[in-house]
Design a protein around this ligand. Structure first.
Ligand SMILES: O=C(CO)[C@@H](O)[C@H](O)[C@H](O)[C@H](O)COP(=O)(O)O
Ligand SMILES: [Zn+2]
Length: 190
């Protein structure tokens, strides 16, 4: 048992250390989010499973606060409305649960943060396509080889790991960094 724990901890530390290569991608993503919020835009987030949790966690940091007392920043996770999720899945199919919400909610200039460790979840990819059709900007958090997600968006932050759990652990770290950058860039401007 101890060997498993030590192996997991060691793998986690190795991936975290490799994230330095993503500094520019993270800074670019934070700039896109800050610019959109500064223009009066909103941030929407989506993802499946652990990434749904990350979407909600990041939205909460922005609409609430990360560290500083400041104005609320408009961020909405598309993973929480069970009536909308079940109706869309039932009537149109699970691949449309996020795209349909993006179609109804996203305005030109808003940002979609698409989270997928494989980069290949169909419902996330459909949301990305719809966000572009609506004139939005897409920031993506991915892993492995970035999957289809990395090919569809301009700025994909791809965690250099093949293990879903390690990628998710890095995604929430990157999410906190993004929120910290956004908060210091414009959240403190009242
Ligand atoms: O949290 C985990 C595994 O750590 C799972 O719930 C995981 O998020 C689910 O299998 C997702 O469906 C994976 O989707 P994706 O990250 O490849 O888009
Ligand atoms: Zn997980």
């Amino acid at each position: 048992m101890n060997a498993f724990i030590e192996q997991e901890l060691s793998e986690h530390c190795d991936v975290i250390k490799a994230l330095g290569s993503l500094t520019r991608d993270i800074a670019d993503a934070a700039r896109l989010c800050s610019a959109a919020l500064d223009r009066g835009g909103r941030i929407y987030l989506c993802g499946n499973g652990g990434s749904a949790g990350d979407a909600q966690h990041i939205a909460a940091e922005l609409i609430g606060r990360l560290i500083h007392d400041r104005k609320s920043l408009p961020a909405v996770a598309l993973t929480t409305d069970t009536s909308a999720l079940t109706a869309i899945a039932n009537d149109y199919g699970y691949d449309h649960v996020f795209a349909r919400q993006v179609e109804g909610l996203l305005s030109p200039g808003d940002v979609l943060i698409a989270i997928s460790t494989s980069g290949n979840s169909a419902n996330v990819l459909n949301a990305v396509d719809t966000a572009f059709e609506k004139g939005g900007t897409v920031v993506a958090l991915s892993g492995k080889d970035g999957g289809e997600l990395a090919r569809r968006v301009d700025g994909c932050i791809t965690v250099p790991s093949q293990t879903t759990a390690r990628i998710q652990e890095c995604h929430i770290l990157i999410g906190h960094i993004l929120c910290g950058l956004i908060e210091s860039e414009l959240g403190l401007r009242q």
